[in-house]
Design a protein around this ligand. Sequence first.
Ligand code: HEC
Length: 234
Amino acid sequence: MKKLLFITGLLIMLAACRGGEKEQPEGEHQKTQLEINKENADREEGDHVESAAEIPPLTPEEKQQYLDTAKAIAKEAFGIFSGHLNRLFAEKHPVEALEYCKQNAMRITDSLSKVHGVTIKRTSYRLRNPDNAPTDQEEKIMEIYRHRIHRNLKPEPYVHYDNYGYPHVYIPIMVQEKCLMCHGDPNKDIPDEINNKLAELYPGDKAIFFKPGDLRGIWSIKFPKKHGSDQSGN
Ligand code: HEC
């Protein structure tokens, strides 16, 4: 019975996560993740780098500054995310967890962006929500990270000027045990009820069969152009 309640809570939460990003209040508004992603996609059109190493480097001080800020933002976002997951796992208030989740989707994409004056996005090479699709550059970065992991090297946060001259930080998101219930093997890690709901909400879901230690995706954090910067990134 307790288990059933828990699963029901999870399902409600899943539905809320799905809906949360779509519903935007009318009026004053902040960019939605979809708009941000579209902007990114538009920006990337027709432009491509062969490898991250081709992009001109920032000074070490600037690099450190951007990395530190981006890490702090990602940590905050992770904190919100795990806080909400832990709450779910605590089995206490599934409805509250639902609210939490709904707010998080907003907070991560809009409020964090606003507060820090950056564009923050979560993306992957195996997507659940196609709205989170990566740009060419993000794909490259994930490829590099996956190669590193394959060679038993740690994927490290990375900063460069992107193709359009924006300082841009990427931070790896790794798969942990607690992610498997929704991103693991549907035959053994993911409960049937969640499998069914995922099939309904995310047809074509590719974010399954992950294992702990895999790269799940990245945080992609774009900073505003610096004043007086003549960097074009090319
Ligand atoms: C309760 C189920 C659940 C758990 C547990 C879960 N996720 Fe997810 N995850 C989802 C759903 C649902 C989405 C799609 C959200 C959306 O619609 O944008 C998602 C999307 C993502 C994305 C965005 C890319 C994409 O595929 O759309 C990343 C990255 C991600 N999850 C990482 C993680 C990590 C890392 C963990 C473990 C720390 C985790 N998730 C645990 C349900 C879950």
